[in-house]
Design a protein around this ligand. Structure first.
Ligand code: GLP
Length: 243
């Protein structure tokens, strides 16, 4: 710590902690040394330590647990929004193990929204699947999806706890998924959703509504996904068009 440096001490300490997290020296989930220990170690006041930590809590790098201390938060999931990927692919690409808990699966009549998105007459029978998606055991999203193609009731026989829906559609059913239209909206977790996602009711969530099309331009999937707002960052590459 350099007392004569033009940057304040709390800022220096904050950057030092950030480096430790970035380098992995302080791993995800690790409990930080106590305020007193940090004061002794870096020869700074308690106020300085508190300010650095509070800043990093606000930035989302650390979190406090009442009576237990301050911990290093797991890195957020950077979800690219410019490619059509499945949850399974996203997690495997991160070196994690994806999983699904089927909350319900069955055939149902398309309501007006589902019918409109899937370009079907209202009341058409579609396959409806509601899953809790986890990765390395951590609940991340709830996905309610509606699928329609002739013979889609065969999906009732599939094991959707251990198989990727997209892989099944593409390999077993020969449906090429080529593009999707997706909307993103902010939302708040209801009591039941919060329970499943292990967050407090009323926590922010990110909602996506995706309509996925086959190579013939037919919509095959309409899915509403609810992502934990504290775990996801959605990321898009923007290019400027020069006229
Ligand atoms: C994403 C999409 C869903 C899609 C799911 C398929 O998360 N938001 O619309 O249904 O992936 O995932 P998987 O192939 O892992 O079952």
């Amino acid at each position: 710590m350099y007392r004569r440096a033009p940057v304040p001490l709390y800022y220096q300490l904050k950057e030092l902690i950030r480096d430790k997290i970035r380098s992995g020296e302080w791993a995800e989930g690790m409990r930080l040394p106590s305020e007193r220990e940090l004061c002794d170690q870096y020869g700074v006041s308690r106020m300085t330590v508190r300010q650095s930590i509070t800043d990093l809590v606000h930035e989302g790098l650390l979190y406090r647990e009442q009576g237990r201390g301050t911990f290093v938060r797991r890195a957020r999931i950077n979800q690219q929004l410019d490619r059509l990927t499945s949850f399974t692919e996203d997690m495997l690409n991160r070196g994690q193990t994806p999983n699904a808990r089927v909350l319900s699966a069955g055939m149902c009549e398309a309501d007006s929204m589902v019918a409109e998105r899937l370009q079907l007459p209202p009341g058409q029978e579609v396959f409806r699947l509601y899953r809790l998606r986890t990765s390395d055991g951590e609940p991340l999203a709830l996905e309610l999806t509606h699928i329609y193609f002739p013979g889609c009731e065969r999906l009732l026989e599939e094991d959707l706890e251990h198989n990727s829906l997209y892989v099944l559609l593409e390999t077993k059913y020969g449906i090429a998924l080529v593009e999707a239209l997706q909307e993103v909206e902010a939302g708040l977790a209801g009591k039941e959703e919060a329970n499943l996602l292990r967050i407090s009711p009323g926590s922010p969530v990110l909602l996506t509504r995706r309509t996925t099309y086959t190579d013939h331009g037919h919509p095959v999937e309409y899915a509403v996904s609810t992502y934990r707002g504290d775990r996801y960052t959605f990321c898009t590459r923007l290019t400027r068009e020069w006229r």
